[in-house]
Design a protein around this ligand. Sequence first.
Ligand code: NAP
Length: 291
Amino acid sequence: MSTVVTGATGHLGRLVVEALLRRGVRPSEIVATGRDTEKIKDLADLGVVVRRADFADSASLGAAFAGARKLLLVSTTTVGERVANHRRALEAARAAGVSEVVYTSMSNADSATMTLAKEHRATERHLRDSGVPFVILRNGWYLENYTEQLASVLEHRTVAGSAGEGRVSAASRADYAEAAAIVLTTEGHLGSVYELGGDKAFSLTELAAAYSDATGHDITYAGLPATGFAELLTGAGLPREFAEVLADADLGLARGELFTDSGDLSRLLGRPTTSLAEAISSALAARRTAH
Ligand SMILES: NC(=O)c1ccc[n+]([C@@H]2O[C@H](COP(=O)([O-])OP(=O)(O)OC[C@H]3O[C@@H](n4cnc5c(N)ncnc54)[C@H](OP(=O)(O)O)[C@@H]3O)[C@@H](O)[C@H]2O)c1
């Protein structure tokens, strides 16, 4: 009986597979899935079972989940199609006799009103209705959502957003992945809803100050109305629909929807979460290595 990880061709899922291996799970007991399985050939080389699973194709899900005991369902990327995708995955999990589904939801999914929360809330509802034992990991914002913008921040000496002085409990993907691996490999989590986030929330003004401290440059936060921020993101090359979703998420951040002080993430990890300063320092080091 195996542990199936969806989205293993993406950032978070791959990190979960790597964390499971570090925790001593045998490669042959891990099934790593995604659509573009070429991306995880290296995991197959380690002995991890690699299967193609497309959430739009129920037959592929049934084949991918066969023999699974536990399933980590990493939410898919296409906003607007996610409820149908996740529903098909839950049906396939039930049909395969999976005894535990762990779902990566988002912060405050039960109460948040930002656009992104709707599909997570609906998926959580389907999960509860499915009758399959579950754990919900309400992952907060990724620190990488910010550090991946480092080049642009350094170029413009500005952090732009529409989050006002709202505070975000961001944590690294690696911390969320390790927490998922811990939940998948230890007992006592069934039925739990974990609000996962970084130990120290920060505002975008504080983010700009952290960039200033780390780089020695004067970096400031430029607060924009949501329409202006969406325009800026569209101008930078993001599809309009996605830019609007991100600007809407910043409004949610301003309302406190990406904040948690639950302490669940550091409690699961048994250590403090990776800090903003550490994440910026790693991103700067990676940038120096790349140049
Ligand atoms: N908390 C946050 O700040 C934050 C930020 C961004 C996203 N997210 C959510 O968290 C998830 C994981 O984050 P990430 O950084 O790992 O994202 P990512 O690197 O973009 O990976 C997304 C994964 O989802 C898979 N996927 C998407 N649509 C699929 C479908 N229809 N059928 C099968 N697989 C599908 C992709 O597979 P292929 O590449 O093989 O197609 C990929 O493995 C995202 O999918 C998104 O729901 C959270």
